[in-house]
Ligand binder design. Sequence first.
Ligand code: NAD
Ligand code: ZN
Length: 371
Amino acid sequence: MIQRQIDVALGERSYPIYVGTSMTTSFAPTCQQHGVPKRIVIITDTNIAPHYLKPLQQHLRHFQFDVSSIVIPPGERQKSLQRANAIFTELLKSNVGRKSALVALGGGVIGDLVGFVAAAYHRGVTYIQAPTTLLSQVDSSVGGKVAVNHPLGKNMIGAFYQPKFVWIDIDCLRTLPPREIVCGLGEIVKYGVILDAELFAYIETNLDRILQLDNEAVMHVQGRCCEMKAHITSEDERETGIRVILNYGHTVGHALEAAGNFTTVKHGEAVLMGMIAETYIARQMGMVSPEVHERIVALIRRIPLRVRKGSLTLARVLQAMKHDKKTVDGKKRFVLPVRLGEVQIVDTVEPSLINASLRHLFAEKMVTGKR
Ligand code: NAD
Ligand code: ZN
C-alpha cells in the first residue's frame, strides 16, 4: 500500500517517490500509469533475489509484462565497468531493445550500477529505482546520480540520469543485516547535520527505535531525508551548487572506503567515520562550537559501528586521500558544519590538519574494531 508520495520537481523529468508497506501488489499498475515499456529486466543481487525477485516477477507477469532478470554477486566491487559491460552483453544477447525498462532492485550498489547501465544502454532506457536498503531508501535512490567506480577513484565514471519513479517498500528492511541499518544511519545523521537540526534531535531521541526498525520512526526519518534529497535535486540537479553539501563526511569517507579496498569499510560506515574526522577539522578551524562538535560525535558513538581492521591503516587512508582524483582546482573540498542544520564549503583545509583529523579518528575506538 502506497502511504506517501514525495515529488522530485525537475520539469519534464519530474518523478515521484512512492513510499509504503506491502507494495508489491501495486507495482505493475504504477508501471502502467507511468507508461513503462512492457519489456522489463529486473537487475538485483544474490542476497536480495531469494526474498523479492520471484514475487515481483510473478506479479508483473500477471499484468502481462514481459519480464526477465539478471542476478549479480553483491558488494561494492560490482560497481565496476567490467560488471556494467557484462550486463550490456547480457542485455544485447537477450535482444533487449530501446523500448525496455530496467528495474534496480537492491541497495545503493545495484541502484548506482543499474542507473549507469540504463543511462548508457541504447543511449538511455527507462529505469526504476526499487531500493531495498535503509541507505538507498533515504538517499542513493533519489536524485539520479549514477556511477561505477574506477581503480583511481570512487564514482569516477557516471552520469546524471533520473529514474521514472522510485519505489520504496519499507518491509524490505526486515531482511536487512543489522550492519546495513548502521550504514543507513550514516546518511540519515548527515542530513540532520547539514540541513535539519530537528531531524538531528529526533535521531538523538529515537536512535534505538530506528535501530530496531520501528515502522513509525523509520517512516519519519526516511520521509524527511527523501524530502530534503528531492528538494536539493530540484534546486541543483547537476551538483554545481547546493548539492555539494550532501558530501559532508564523504571526503574522508571515500578515502576510508578506498583504503579498505571497498570491502573492509562499507559506504555508510565510512560516512559515519568521515563525519567524525571532518567535524574535528571544523572544530580546529574554529567553525563549530565545542558543544555542537560533541553532540555530533556523541550521537555517532552511540551507533553500533563495527569495522574490522583488515587493510585499514592510517598510512593507507593518508595515501588514499592523496591519490583521490576528486579535487577542485587541485584542492580538497570539505563540507564542514557550522551549527546543526548548517554547513559551509571549505577549500582551504591545511594538509597537516587533514592528517591530524585522521590520527584523531584512528584514536577513536570504533576504527580499531574493539567494540
Ligand atoms: P549495498 O547496495 O552494497 O547493499 C548492502 C548489502 O545488503 C548487500 O550485501 C546487499 O546484497 C544486501 N541487501 C540489500 N537489500 C537487502 C535486503 N532487503 N535484505 C537483505 N539483504 C539486502 O549497499 P548500500 O549501503 O545500499 O549502498 C552503498 C552504495 O550507495 C555505495 O556504492 C555508495 O557510493 C552509493 N551511494 C550513492 C548515492 C547516490 O546519490 N547515487 C548516495 C549515497 C550512496
Ligand atoms: Zn553517501
